[in-house]
Design a binder for this molecule. Structure first.
Ligand code: G16
Length: 541
């Protein structure tokens, strides 16, 4: 096997963000760009052993995979496990890394960002525990990108990724696996599939799962239709398309419009769900009722005893800082600790590995557990179905009952997209300066209980992560958080997270927007949003 060393100039924009390196597809298609980044991953993190490879099926997935196989071979990797047609959902990749005890994996995805030649692409390295690289590893990769002067690539013919089984070329063996089989087996071990078949087979029960033409199509078809017996057609938009059918595979009401219209229409299914580009996010919808992601996480934790895989074994829970504190209330009732981490699934890895937590999640529609080291969309849907099977309530009924018992954390996220990067940085630094002086004073007649820039010390490995977002706690259960997104690919996105704790029963018929309106006004005043030209958010999520 010939290995060539190809000289290259380093690129100066390869710092991994919240979740790996995400850029416009065209940026990744520049000559040497993908090669330089992947070589930097190998330089920062020498891989000894097998590697898992797969992606969410977006445009450029297969070409990039073939290149990565050759660079991996050039760097001494002799065995790779690849999903058929280059497909692996993010949680399934995490599972394969763990179950096959590999040295790690590379996942090609830009998650919920649109795909295609004019969309986005991404590469993420997960370590041997199946979790996204910890911040220290990401920083080492970034440092390596600045010093990469050549990449090593093996001269090999392309592998046939449509054919299951092992193939050898040069010194390298590639094993092509069914992307869904092992993952579906894992789900059967966590959930009571007989009970779920009973629910799905009940007269009058119908469900819809919107794969948004992204990676969960094959997984959802295998699990819901084949193994659980849901009617053909339960999975909608199940075919994986390189441009996700021109859509934006982000499972929220703004983008999962086909599902929301179905659930708002005449004779809707009892249960609706959607997942994102790479299959780690979830959206749960009942007839004319959308579950907010932070509530979904709290409901899962509160009902963990109903699920065989979790009964009697929840040691603790965790949420990212901007996620609503609904989870904290449940943790208190369960008598287990609730950890508050920075945004990014990578921060949950050490807590999960140490057994400090069993369930975790985020406001950005992700929830997961110690079964893998990623958030998991299909898993969350199976968890919800398990709750419905046991509780004999509708989706709305489960949530209303939850609010009545634990209180309601009304929640809205404002996204200001396409903000000039310097202006966004100026806004955040003004906020950071202002925050310490706010505590003890009042804004619009509401007392500020505390205000700071969130800093996190990982309780397991002691790693410190600073400047993770400005949070302001108001009397009467209000909270505002400001941070800049780390997953965008152009300009800056300012996220403003609004939360208001309410009496669950009394507020049940009011919208999150109404309930957080006062907090929103306070948020605008504290950050002086109009002065920065930020009048109306691009989206309210
Ligand atoms: C990624 C991370 C999540 C994070 C989300 C949003 O999710 O894994 O932890 O909550 O991005 O991040 P940001 O607010 O920085 O845009 P995904 O689904 O995009 O991989």
């Amino acid at each position: 096997m010939t290995v060539r060393t190809v000289p290259i100039q380093p690129f100066d924009d390869q710092r991994p963000g919240t979740s790996g390196l995400r850029k416009a597809t065209r940026t990744f298609q520049q000559p040497g760009y993908l090669e330089a980044y992947v070589q930097a991953v190998f330089n920062a993190q020498p891989i000894e052993g097998e590697l898992v490879l797969g992606g969410d099926g977006r445009y450029f997935n297969v070409e990039a995979l073939q290149t990565i196989i050759r660079i991996a071979a050039g760097n001494g990797v002799q065995r790779l496990i690849v999903g058929r047609d280059g497909l692996l959902s993010t949680p399934a990749a995490s599972h394969l890394i763990r179950s096959r005890r590999t040295a790690g994996g590379l996942i090609l995805s830009a998650s919920h960002n649109p795909g295609g030649p004019n969309g986005d692409f991404g590469v993420k390295f997960n370590g041997p525990n199946g979790a996204p690289a910890a911040e220290s590893v990401s920083e080492a990769i970034y440092a390596a990108t600045k010093g990469v002067t050549a990449y090593r690539i093996a001269d090999l013919p392309p592998f046939d990724l449509s054919r299951l089984g092992r193939q050898q070329a040069g010194d390298v063996e590639v094993e092509v696996v069914d992307p869904a089989a092992d993952y579906a087996d894992l789900m059967e071990r966590l959930f009571d599939f007989d009970r779920l078949r009973g629910l799905i087979g009940r007269p009058g029960f119908r469900m819809a799962f919107d794969s948004m033409h992204a990676i969960t199509g094959p997984y959802a078809t295998e699990i819901f239709e084949r193994r659980l017996g849901a009617a053909a057609g339960t999975v909608i938009r199940g075919e994986v398309l390189p441009d996700f059918g021109g859509g934006h595979p982000d499972p929220n009401p703004a983008h999962a419009t086909a599902l929301v219209e179905l659930m708002d229409g005449a004779s809707p299914p009892a249960f609706g769900a959607a997942s994102d580009g790479d299959g780690d996010r979830h959206l749960i919808v009942g007839p004319k009722f959308v579950v907010s992601p932070s509530d979904s996480l709290a409901v899962l934790a509160a009902n963990a005893e109903l699920v065989p895989g979790y009964r009697g074994r929840v040691t603790g829970v965790a949420r990212s800082m901007p996620t609503s504190r609904a989870l904290d209330v449940v943790a208190h009732a369960l008598g287990v600790p609730c950890y508050e981490t920075p945004t990014g699934w990578k921060y949950f890895g050490s807590l999960l590995d140490a057994g400090k937590i069993t369930l975790c999640g985020e406001e950005s529609a992700g929830a997961g557990s110690d079964h893998v080291r990623e958030k998991d969309g299909v898993w969350a849907v199976l968890f919800w179905l398990s709750i419905l099977a046991e509780r004999e309530l509708s989706v709305e009924g489960v949530v209303r009952e939850h609010w009545a018992r634990f209180g309601r954390h009304a929640y809205v996220r404002l996204d200001f997209e396409g903000v000039d990067s310097d202006r966004a940085a100026g806004l955040m630094s003004a906020l950071r300066e202002r925050a310490p002086g706010l505590a003890g004073g009042s804004v619009r007649d509401r007392r500020v209980l505390s205000a700071d820039d969130f800093s996190y010390t990982d309780p397991v490995n002691g790693e410190v992560s600073q400047r993770q977002g400005v949070r302001v706690e108001l009397e009467g259960g209000g909270r505002v958080v400001y941070r800049l997104s780390g997953t965008g690919t152009s300009g800056a996105t300012l996220r403003v997270y609004l939360e208001q704790v309410c009496d669950g029963a009394a507020s049940a018929d009011r919208s999150p927007g109404e309930l957080t309106a006062d907090v929103e006004r306070i948020a605008a005043e504290i950050a002086d949003l109009p002065r920065f030209g930020l009048q109306e958010p691009t989206h309210r999520v």
